[in-house]
Design a protein around this ligand. Structure first.
Ligand code: FE
Length: 145
């Protein structure tokens, strides 16, 4: 069942930390309009982190073109990064994806994704923060070692 999030903030604290649009998605399980998000067509290498707490959620290597209008991944960075919760809103049963670290809403996962997992993690761009710092760091590693 649901686990207790590692990061606990009050509703007021989340409101202050997040933009209005981020708050609606991350803390009120909203969904951004398809094709409106900034990561739909992004192909840069990096790590997609939780926009609320910074936890590593997805690696760019698992991102694929789903045609849905939302950034889509075939698996999370680690199984422990996310929490899956049954969602019976809107009259259908879906599987909600939350950040395990802070409990924030990320999107939903469906079983119509590509190989190797067959899963489609359909995320909101507003829930994600692409971190490309690892790319630069690895490029400089030879000079600093
Ligand atoms: Fe988080």
């Amino acid at each position: 069942m649901e686990t207790v999030a590692e990061i606990e903030r009050t509703d007021e604290e989340w409101r202050q930390q997040l933009s209005r649009e981020q708050y609606k998605v991350l803390r009120q399980a909203g969904t951004e309009r398809p094709w409106s998000g900034k990561y739909v067509d992004v192909h840069d290498d990096g790590t997609y982190r939780c926009a609320a707490c910074g936890a590593e959620l997805f690696d760019s290597s698992t991102k694929f073109e789903s045609g849905s209008g939302w950034p889509s991944f075939y698996e999370p960075a680690t199984a422990e990064a996310v929490e899956l919760v049954q969602d019976r809103s809107l009259g259908v049963t879906r599987t909600e994806v939350r950040c395990r670290r802070c409990g924030s809403h990320l999107g939903h996962v469906f079983n119509d994704g590509p190989a190797p997992t067959g899963q489609r993690y359909c995320m909101n761009s507003l829930s994600l923060d692409l971190d490309t710092s690892g790319n630069a760091a690895s490029g400089d590693a030879g000079d600093t070692g």
